[in-house]
Write a protein that binds this ligand. Sequence first.
Ligand code: ASP
Ligand code: MG
Length: 450
Amino acid sequence: MGSFNVAKFGGTSVANFEAMSRCAAIIESNPNTKLVVSSACSGVTNLLVELANGVQDQTHRSEILTKLAEIHNAVLDQLEDSTQAAAEVYTILDTVTSLAEAASIQASRKLTDHLVACGELMSTHLLTQLMRERGIAATRFDIRDVLRTDSNFGKAEPELDSIRQLAEEKLIPLCQESVVITQGFIGSDAEGNTTTLGRGGSDYSAALIAEAVEASGLEIWTDVPGIYTTDPRIAPKASPIPEISFSEASEMANFGAKILHPSTLVPALRHDIPVFVGSSKEPEKGGTWIRHQVESSPLFRALALRCNQTMVTLRSAKMFHAYGFLARVFEILAKHKISVDLITTSEISVSLTLDQTDTSGGAPQLPEAARIELEELCSVDVEHNLCLVALIGNNMSESKGYAKQVFGTLEDFNLRMICYGASPHNLCFLVHESVSKQAIQKLHTELFEG
Ligand code: ASP
Ligand code: MG
């Protein structure tokens, strides 16, 4: 049906006129790209979030509004004919002004989504005009007409059947005629209220849209030339990975490699759409292809590091040879909506880490009410300042001898909560924050630089 390519550009890729021009060149270079999903210009969403949280001080509110105007004016100034785009952007900025005032009186999640969506609504006007001035027939499309979600403002869930139907009706025909430029991150509920998929959600949007139009490929353009063996800021010899499987890439996204929004690969996997990740600043450097079938499946593929881990250890002699103990523990955790990430057990104790459920990036906390209930059952120990190191690869549960290599390399480190064997694609453990980078560096040297 669709069989065209979808390209998504992140905030840094559309940060200013030069950056947008590079995106346009990338779009032009692939005649099969018919649909473009864009983030807000870099920094804009953060400013909008600040306004949405309610800025009472009027001077400060004006400062933020001025900054927003400046970012967009800088692009408008460089367009040949900015009349129409400027009118559209100024109308949206007027909306931002009045919504910011409303939020300063009473903030709400619904209002927040309405406000933060304005970033993507503005950037797409600019990108569309810039493309037209380069001689490309480009049409701007409001994705809220297609990307139907529930009404969970701030972290809305997509409604796949409606999205597919609406895409077929409204989006696919447009893509036959011109290059369509649309917004990531935003959607609308059945009542027509604007919703968002959560911070960093435009990758996920792009994947959902690619799925709905049955795209032949999805390109995610960001500011790093693909997925690396580990974060090059930690291990300078980290190298780009040309090709990686969906399973490995999902493990990486889940374990904190901050390249893709963790949900991005779910729709791509469902419809077997190959995903490319590259840098719009340096497209000539290539990038990483994520596919179902890959040519090589090395034992070691990458290392990921996720800090701010909270480890909870529960101990009770009553656990010895008893049944139902873990069931009770998890009943309490479920009751308090606590999501568990890793888990290891011994005969009389169980250690677990708490999932990062909010986007603040801080360490998750064990709620006091949950602690009190758990303490009726067992002793409860909470430890912070831990980082999760994940080694991602293939057939790890069936390979001999490599654990010796991994743990031998880290013999001077105190490793906690080793999780090994549950997934053929990873081995992970916790280390203290103060030595976490060193652990990554040592492992990278030993396993990837040989
Ligand atoms: N603009 C949104 C954000 O900054 C969505 C995105 O860029 O993915 O979170
Ligand atoms: Mg972004």
